[in-house]
Design a protein around this ligand. Structure first.
Ligand code: KG4
Ligand code: ZN
Length: 346
């Protein structure tokens, strides 16, 4: 690990956010000098999901202004950078290409080393950006829950990851997105479903679950997940219920709780059996308040000796500060060696 102070430009274009950030720090401490995210949500909303070709075109238009803005806000120029970090995967290949080709060009033009960063590792580092390096003890269990991934990852030592569980079909965020689509609530689904669920909770002091959503694979004996059956269950329930439109907050609450229960129970089980010192949450679904509080409460009750870490809200969904952060510990390389890699690394 480097004690030397470094300034790093991060670039993230793996899905539908064009993002750039400048961070400064060393192996003990990091400061985010700028964090610019240009979201394409309003564009993809009308299609009910991300259209890869449209996303790539938007990234091409946005990337240079977003990098400019990040440097401006940090009061820096490209020549001040010690490294350029860019997401190389996993993600949408045409979206990733825009970030990677931009990073290569900037690395060549500014003569600054380039570092390829795994998107999932970036989500994990959202916790280090929030809590610092020294407070999170290893080994740790990380639950990464986003629109594309649901993974339980064991961090044995810095940079040593082992995936112990993964979704077999839909990701948790995807389940929220598909549920919202079924209930005609728009895209992305997570924020609107959680808002409706919150409303239901506020208006019903004694919440009783009556819809009996399944808790898929909750007692499966491994750490894998499956969420596509939950979406099918929602589809059949609303098909059979002529009044479903008037009960949307309740449907959202109960559907959301089924996802949360599975995620929380399996994470605690994994953390207990691997005897970790910390539990971390990461990814876009980590923005869900009910999920955050259920996980914290669950870990505190069942594993009182284990620390539980949740990222700052602004680092839960895709951003470039979380991509710049792991580059602090990686050697910068030649721009020619950067290539997009769509598969998961760990
Ligand atoms: O990490 P992220 O920004 O992008 C990916 O890497 O996929 O995650 C986006 C996902 C979407 O599926 C979105 O619906 C979900 O995170 N999400 C939420 C909430 N906010 C965003 N899911 C549940 N509750 C939320 N409040
Ligand atoms: Zn992500």
């Amino acid at each position: 690990m480097s004690q030397e102070e470094q300034t790093i430009l991060g670039i993230e274009t793996s899905c539908d956010e064009t993002a750039a950030a400048v961070i400064k720090g060393n192996s003990e401490h990091m400061e985010v000098l700028s964090d610019v995210v240009s979201s394409q949500v309003d564009i993809h909303k009308k299609y009910g999901g991300v259209i890869p070709e449209v996303a790539a075109r938007e990234h091409v238009l946005n990337i240079i202004p977003v990098v400019h803005e990040a440097l401006d806000q940090a009061g820096m120029t490209g020549k001040n950078m010690d490294k350029i970090a860019v997401t190389i995967g996993p993600g949408l290949i045409t979206s990733l290409n825009t970030g990677v080709e931009t990073a290569k060009s900037l690395s060549f033009a500014w003569e600054v080393p380039a570092v390829g960063v795994d998107h999932i590792e970036g989500h994990i580092y959202a916790n280090y950006l929030t809590h610092g390096f020294n407070n999170i003890q290893l080994p740790a269990m990380v639950l990464t829950v986003s629109g594309g991934h649901t993974m339980l990852i064991l961090i044995k030592a810095p940079g040593q990851y082992e995936t112990i569980g993964i979704t077999r079909d839909d990701a948790a965020g995807e389940a929220f997105d598909k549920a919202a689509k079924l209930m005609e609530l728009g895209y992305p689904g997570g924020p609107v479903v959680s808002q409706q669920a919150e409303e239901y909770l506020q208006n019903n002091k004694e919440v009783k679950e009556v819809m009996s959503f399944p808790r898929p694979m909750i007692d499966s004996g491994n750490y894998d997940f499956s969420f596509s059956g939950l979406k099918t269950s929602l589809l059949y329930k609303i098909k059979k219920d002529p009044d479903w439109k008037s009960k949307i907050p309740q449907y959202c609450y109960e559907f959301q709780q089924a996802i949360i229960d599975v995620l929380v129970q399996k994470t605690i089980k994994a953390a207990g059996s691997y005897g970790v010192k910390s539990v971390m949450l990461s990814g876009g679904v980590a923005a869900n308040q009910k999920f955050r509080s259920d996980l914290v409460r669950g870990v505190e009750n069942k594993l009182p000796e284990t620390g539980v870490f949740i990222p700052n809200m602004k680092y839960t969904t895709d951003n470039a500060a979380m991509i710049a952060a792991p580059a602090m510990f990686k050697k910068g390389g030649n721009w020619e060696d950067l290539t997009v890699r769509c598969q998961l690394k760990f």
